[in-house]
Write a protein that binds this ligand. Structure first.
Ligand SMILES: [Zn+2]
Length: 210
């Protein structure tokens, strides 16, 4: 199969949804990702990879729920280099301020955009699977929203990690993906004392050469 050059305008793509999950409408009427089985806290539910796309790409995603035109600004995450990370079926993962999954990047996977979606709490079959967008989305460009998650610790307006107050950023720092962590460090300047980070955070500063 020929490689497709980036920037070509329209693409129809089949969503390969792992058998452990399904796409279903949420109570708010949007599509979401739901568990088909029980998952214990700490278990990987599925592995998936994002890929970079240009802002002008048009993607028609063929899913078991019909063909969905992907709104690039709504369903992708703007990166520091101006491209956007596109997640295929995982674009339908909804946000929660008290999410039941985290993304884990195993050694060697970062370059390929690969991550595992891991249960952060015990999950029951039929539960919606959610993640915290603030941990990987710097500015929620094109998709800031008022959160409906209903969690006690709800952040309210979700406008990306970069728009949180510094104290809240510091509290979430350990959960960030590497690119967002690097942006946090760069944007914090003198305010960020390495000693204010956890041991894990201090090690990450060194690992990323920050
Ligand atoms: Zn919330």
């Amino acid at each position: 199969m020929a490689a497709r050059p980036m920037g070509m305008r329209e693409l129809t793509e089949i969503a390969v949804v792992p058998p452990q999950i399904e796409l279903c409408p949420t109570r708010h009427g949007y599509l979401g990702i739901f568990a088909k089985y029980d998952f214990k806290k700490g278990t990987d539910i599925y592995s998936h990879a994002s890929r970079p796309v240009a802002e002008d790409e048009v993607i028609l995603l063929v899913t078991p729920r019909g063909t969905v035109p992907i709104d690039i600004k709504v369903h992708t995450v703007r990166r520091a280099d101006g491209l956007r990370d596109y997640f295929g079926f995982d674009s339908f993962m909804n946000h929660s301020c008290a999410p039941n999954t985290i993304s884990v990047v195993y050694p060697g996977d970062a370059e390929n955009g690969r991550y595992a979606t891991q249960a952060a709490t015990d999950i029951k079959a039929g539960d919606e699977i959610t993640c915290n967008y603030l941990l990987f989305d710097w500015d929620c460009d094109g998709h800031s929203f008022d959160c409906l998650c209903g969690a006690k610790e709800c952040f309210g307006r979700i406008g990306g990690f970069g728009n949180l107050p510094f104290e809240k950023q510091l509290r979430l720092a350990d959960g960030l993906d590497d690119p967002t962590f690097a942006r946090f460090v760069a944007s914090s300047g003198e305010r960020l004392k390495p000693s204010a980070l956890s041991l894990e955070g201090q090690l990450r500063l060194r690992k990323l050469g920050l």
